[in-house]
Design a protein around this ligand. Structure first.
Ligand code: GDD
Length: 372
């Protein structure tokens, strides 16, 4: 039974400007976590999912972007959700676990019984309340959301082996060179506050190893200088791997959609996944129209209220049109993201593409990317 004074906080790791380089050039204009998918900033999707967590006290975003880059979004989303959302800035990258540890005093302010930890660059249905229930039934320090993927793609992720009955995490390897398992880490976790002790232990071990290297040999000293800083701790390699098989970590498998958003091409796919999810979660965000008073809409389409789309244009499926965009008469848009202030002139066709901020696509032009 859930106790009403049991509080939960959620933390979203947003990284910083030196991360997410595969997302360039899109992340040169806007921090990757704020790039729009289905018309909403990437982090808006996990943040809205957090709303379904019972007894949620606070949402923290941890990153090493300038504070001003998140200030506007953080204040508008806090008002919209009526849940405090706060951006905590690291002075430098501390790794996915080091960043969390760095702000342990803030995170523990609400004395939470559980802490959700989410990567900002994953696209899924975020089954957070189910994870919380599953975690409580397993016990232990943490539960990881996992999914089965094709054996060929598994090596891009953390591969793991779990007990089929108890769901205990038995073995974990981050991006292995040889195949271990087609069950992978989705980058969505729930922990008890004991996670901070585990990270503290990892820090101590790293410092001890660095000290040992310094006093043993010149050769070792050379490798120590190449090693990561002692206050840099990665959740996957430094915490999950060593704790596997110790009855501390468990897994919760999702059978729903899941993707990682590392490249611009993936943002198009994930925009489509979120648009189709809106059918169940936020149908009011999807456009409608049959070409009489407004454009013909096919499938799942988002149009920002300030965008102007001519009634003779045909839009969709999987199209997202951002603020102040203008789409002219007879234009045809299929599977694309149209960013702010874009102009698509009469009879232009855009298929499977992202049209960058303030661009103009001329009359009768055709922009079509090859589908991979
Ligand atoms: N604040 C902060 N500080 N965030 C960070 C830092 C840091 O120093 N380093 C990474 N992050 C954030 C990233 O923005 C991302 O949201 C998350 O932490 C994980 O990033 P990486 O550590 O670079 O790992 P990855 O994305 O290559 O792989 C991880 O996620 C996969 C799922 O998407 C691993 O956990 C894989 O096992 C997992 O499959």
């Amino acid at each position: 039974m859930e106790s009403s004074d049991e509080r939960v906080v959620a933390v979203i790791m947003v990284g910083g400007p030196t991360k997410g380089t595969r997302f360039r050039p899109l992340s040169l204009n806007v921090p990757k976590p704020l790039f729009p998918l289905a018309g909403q900033p990437m982090i808006h999707h996990p943040i809205s999912a957090c709303r379904r967590i019972p007894n949620l006290a606070q949402i923290y975003l941890i990153g090493f972007y300038e504070e001003r880059e998140f200030a506007l979004y953080v204040s508008s989303i806090s008002t919209e959700l009526r849940i405090p959302v706060r951006y905590l800035r690291e002075d430098k990258p501390h790794g996915s676990a080091g960043g969390l540890y760095n702000f342990r005093d803030y995170i523990m302010e609400d004395n939470p019984s559980h802490i959700f930890l989410l990567n900002c660059d994953v696209c899924c249905s975020f089954p957070l309340p189910n994870m919380l229930e599953a975690h409580k039934s397993y016990g232990g320090m943490g539960t990881i959301l996992v999914i089965k993927v094709s054996a060929e793609s598994a090596s891009q992720f953390g591969e793991l082996v779990a007990d089929p009955v108890t769901k205990e995490l038995l073995h974990y390897t981050e991006k292995p060179e040889t195949f271990v398992s087609d069950l992978i880490n989705c980058g969505v976790y729930i922990f008890t506050p004991d996670i901070f002790n585990a990270i503290q232990d990892a820090f101590t071990q790293r410092k001890d190893r660095a000290n040992l290297r310094r006093i043993t040999s010149f050769e070792a000293l050379q490798s120590a200088t190449k090693a990561l800083p002692t206050d840099y701790v990665k959740l996957d390699q430094d915490i999950l791997s060593p704790l596997a098989g110790k009855k501390e970590l468990y897994t919760h498998e999702t059978l729903d959609f899941w993707e990682q958003i590392k490249t611009p091409g993936m943002s198009l796919k994930c925009s489509g996944l979120y648009l189709s999810q809106f059918r169940h979660t936020s149908p009011q965000l999807l456009a409608g129209g049959n070409g009489t008073r407004s454009a013909t809409i096919i499938g799942d389409v988002y149009v920002h209220p300030s965008a102007k789309v001519h009634a003779s244009a045909k839009i969709g499926p999987n199209v997202s049109i951002s603020a102040n965009a203008r789409v002219g008469a007879g234009a045809r848009l299929i599977s694309c993201i149209i960013l702010d202030d874009v102009e698509i002139k009469e009879n232009a066709v855009v298929i499977h593409a992202i049209v960058g901020w303030k661009s103009s696509i001329g009359k009768w032009s055709r922009v079509q990317a090859r589908r991979r």
